[in-house]
Design a protein around this ligand. Structure first.
Ligand SMILES: Cc1cc2nc3c(=O)[nH]c(=O)nc-3n(C[C@H](O)[C@H](O)[C@H](O)COP(=O)(O)O)c2cc1C
Ligand code: SF4
Length: 830
């Protein structure tokens, strides 16, 4: 009975007695009654509370988890079923979850940990996880002890932070600082930051140090119907075993026979696991379908960590197929595996290999595995993502016309006298004949250039991967020199041996970061040193591409054999005193040379040795226009240019010469007749006419162009047609030959390159080297090759073997080319 009721009843019964007895006796009676009746009640309340709390236990368990939360079906009473989500909740919020996703909290929930279940529906939560099936793993499953309060708390925290629960225990290794490559370059991120930003990091990439890759536990998985994938996986295993320094022997595993794929693709077998997946493709039902489906399901399973495979050191996929019989579906399942593994957080450390097994398949497998082995030893960072629109939207990769600028009025302008220090210092140095470095390692110029993605070689040379090189590696298009001259963009190295220039062209996008100078006056690196280090730098940048989605393995492998060198990039290559020797060294390595000069250094031009193709930038047709466009340092710039044209017509007439015209509206498109005068003077083999590319504006480049200066495609074509008409009118033998419409670029050629009615603007590179080695003199007429149909004027010039990618709203709808759009050739490209 309730205490209050007892008091009222007692007082009611005793009140007549008090009235009758009165005085002290009644007080004694009250005390005695209180002791006997109420004291036990006053001592009871805790028990009452406890009894009340336990009340819901009568319902036993309110979850309808189908026995999957660790209880048998029989243990669930019907009562409380309405409290259950039917196993469809997320399980992420432990307090709300009933074990298979119940949405409502009930008091009995904390009891689950005693079954060792994570209750979150996850398949793993450390050792105590039941795999979402209601029972713990291994020994833990048999643990029937009541949970201690601490255990319940631990369970709670696991379910609240689902992702963290799956993270491997921190080791000292995890504390290492990692280099992170995002769209905006590289930053150092500590493991602490990595933890807090793990979501961001998944889409980034990080350096896997030499040690880490060689210390990895390599698992070579394969799936095979007819045995070739099995054999190929064995080859891969053997090749990797032979890799010097590899700590653990690679293991071979048949995907079709693995009982529990979750062991490898939800969980990972070890902290340093690295996966190589060798997979064939079948357009008919095959065991691989199930594996791919499992990956996809894991990705879509909200109960699982979204990125379980980020725990891998890395992965790569080797596809086997038959490109002849299944051209459209060649290795399509390898692509799918790659897609899902990367979506599950895997970091691709090597491009997807795709090998047609019809001819010499196993040999190619061996080559692929050897290269993979080489790269395991490599300490180069791995780019996980590459966005061509962001990466170098200002630069557009290609070689510049040798012109450079300091951005007049720019803070960062580095002029002749500024190089290596303040003007006064420099003058002092001049007097004391001290020779300085053009770009010292600790200079702001060095920092600026490296920030822009240049690799500085020695103290005055630089390399940078052109965006066309990257895009051809990914099958997304080749540069216009592929269409016009047969260059392979993915095998092209863009280099300058002189980062300094003697002009400050308005359309150069160096934004004031480079030195300008009339003459060479710096410490000079040997040509051998430059070439060796430039190639090393180029290859290291290529290697970074191995993790980028879509990189084509064949092209990637071939990119390590540079075939062309575009000598320009930025600066004036011909300023370098040993330019001829440098070109010779290139040729010795079967690397063709495309040299651009700015027509300001006649002496160097005259003494220049053989190059594969020699460009002269013609940035304007009149003296006044040239002054405005190039802002040359030399006062006699016009005379210098005229002298250069004479040299092109005479001393250097054996070379394949090209005039490069970059059309800038409002600057240099007016006087077609004056251009014809220049052609008449120089008589080049080719005239390359290209609309300027919009490179964005910059506070540092006071004369940066606007879209108003960028000619429409039709305007360029009109210009070219009028220009050719004028040349013909003068009896000069030129006509329009080829084009790369995408780059707004048209090639006019001397008609001597039209043989039997067919244009021969392409270069036969093998022939060029053969002639060079013969020691005989030869001319541009001796190594030409027929222009393919697709590259001829009117056919667009988009190289086959690439897939054109549209970038929606970034494409100018008026036909003009914006550098922020698809990969584009910059102004003054070779
Ligand atoms: C019925 C059948 C269908 C195939 N479908 C494809 C396909 O769609 N794409 C592809 O690239 N190769 C295809 N192939 C070629 C196989 O992928 C290739 O022969 C591979 O090496 C087989 O590997 P395995 O011997 O390990 O099973 C197919 C082969 C067969 C017999
Ligand atoms: S030729 Fe120029 S644009 Fe083409 S790939 Fe080489 S550097 Fe890039």
């Amino acid at each position: 009975m309730d205490l209050k009721v007892k008091i009222y009843v007692t007082l009611g019964v005793l009140s007549p007695v008090f009235l009758y007895m009165g005085g002290r006796l009644s007080i004694l009676v009250v005390i005695w009654t209180s002791v006997v009746l109420f004291l036990p009640e006053l001592l009871k309340p805790k028990e009452v509370e406890k009894e009340q709390k336990v009340e819901p236990k009568k319902k036993d368990h309110v979850c309808k988890c189908g026995g999957k939360n660790g209880k048998s079906e029989a243990a669930h009473s019907d009562e409380g079923k309405e409290e259950c989500c039917g196993g469809k909740g997320t399980g992420v919020n432990g307090k709300e979850c009933c074990g298979k996703g119940g949405k409502k909290k009930v008091e009995v929930e904390p009891k689950k940990p005693k079954d060792g279940c994570c209750s979150s529906g996850g398949k793993k939560s450390g050792k105590k996880c039941c795999g979402g099936k209601g029972h713990g793993h291994g020994k833990e499953t048999k643990d029937t002890k009541e949970p201690s309060p601490a255990t319940a708390q631990e369970w709670d925290s696991l379910t609240v932070d689902f992702t963290n629960a799956f993270k491997p225990a921190k080791t000292s290794k995890a504390k290492k600082t990692v280099k992170v490559f995002g769209k905006k370059g590289m930053t150092q991120i500590s493991s602490k930051q990595e933890d807090s930003n793990s979501g961001d990091l998944i889409k980034s990439a990080f350096t896997v140090s030499n040690d880490e890759l060689l210390n990895s536990d390599i698992y070579v998985f394969y799936s095979s119907l007819q045995g070739s994938a099995e054999k190929a996986a064995g080859i891969v295993q053997e090749k990797l075993k032979a890799v010097e320094g590899l700590k653990n022997e690679p293991k071979l595993l048949n995907l079709d026979e693995i009982d529990d794929t979750d062991k490898y693709f939800v969980d990972v077998p070890s902290e340093n696991a690295l996966y190589v997946l060798v997979v064939p493709s079948y357009d008919v039902d095959c065991p691989l379908d199930y594996f791919i489906q499992t990956l996809e399901e894991n990705f879509n399973d909200h109960r699982l960590d979204r990125f379980p495979l980020r725990k891998l050191v890395g992965y790569t996929v080797l596809g086997l197929g038959d490109s002849e019989s299944w051209p459209d579906k060649f290795c399509y399942q390898a692509n799918k595996v790659d897609y899902w593994v990367s979506h599950l957080g895997g970091r691709r450390i090597f491009p997807v290999g795709k090998i047609c097994m019809k001819y010499d398949g196993f040999e190619k497998v061996g080559e692929w595995a050897e290269l993979l082995g080489e790269l395991l030893k490599d300490n180069e960072p791995i780019l996980y993502e590459y966005d061509e629109n962001v990466d170098d939207s200002e630069e557009d990769g290609d070689d510049q016309d040798g012109s450079d600028e300091g951005g007049e009025g720019s803070d960062q302008e580095v002029d002749l006298e500024d190089v290596g220090g303040k003007e006064s210092d420099s003058k002092r140095n001049e007097n004391s004949l001290e020779v300085k470095q053009m770009i010292a390692k600790d200079s702001p110029t060095y920092r600026n250039l490296t920030k822009q993605g240049y690799r500085i070689v020695g103290s005055h040379s630089g390399v940078k991967i052109c965006r066309w090189t990257k895009n051809e590696l990914r099958g997304k298009g080749s540069c216009y020199k592929k269409s016009l001259f047969n260059i392979a963009s993915s095998r092209c190295m863009e280099l300058t041996p002189s980062l300094a220039c003697s002009s400050k062209c308005v359309f150069c996008w160096r934004h004031g970061t480079n030195p300008v100078s009339k003459n060479w006056r710096w410490e000079t690196d040997e040509p051998e040193f430059i070439l060796e280090n430039a190639l090393a730098a180029h290859y290291s940048m290529i290697k970074q591409m191995r993790g980028v989605p879509g990189v084509i393995a064949d092209r990637f492998i071939n990119a390590f054999k540079v075939a062309h060198c575009a000598l320009s990039l930025v600066g004036e290559p011909i300023l370098y005193p040993y330019i001829s020797k440098f070109v010779e060294l290139l040729h010795e390595k079967d690397i063709s040379s495309f040299l651009v000069c700015n027509a300001q250094h006649p002496e160097s031009l005259r003494s220049l040795g053989k190059v594969t193709q020699l460009y002269v930038s013609i940035d304007a047709s009149t003296k006044d226009e040239l002054r405005k466009v190039d802002r040359p340092l030399y006062k006699d710039f016009w005379e210098r240019m005229m002298e250069c044209l004479d040299i092109i017509r005479t001393t250097q007439s054996h070379q394949r010469t090209v005039f490069r015209l970059t059309l800038v509206k409002g600057f240099n498109m007016g006087d077609i007749s004056a251009y014809a005068d220049l052609v008449q003077r120089g008589v080049p083999c080719f005239i390359e006419v290209k609309g300027a590319t919009f490179s964005g504006s910059s506070k540092d480049n006071v004369n940066a162009l606007t879209m108003q200066n960028i000619p429409f495609n039709e305007e360029c074509k009109d210009f070219v047609e009028n220009f050719v008409a004028e040349l013909k009118r003068r009896g000069l033998p030129y006509d329009i030959a080829a084009e790369h419409a995408h780059s707004n670029c048209v090639l006019i050629a001397d008609t001597k390159f039209k043989v039997d009615g067919k244009w021969n603007t392409h270069i036969d590179f093998a022939k060029f080297f053969e002639l060079l080695r013969s020691g005989e003199s030869f001319t541009h007429m001796d190594y030409m090759q027929e222009t393919p149909e697709w590259a001829l004027y009117g056919n667009g010039g988009f190289a086959p073997g690439n897939v054109r990618v549209a970038h929606g709203d970034r494409v100018a709808n008026d036909g003009r080319v914006d550098a922020a759009d698809l990969p584009e050739i910059p102004v003054g490209a070779v």
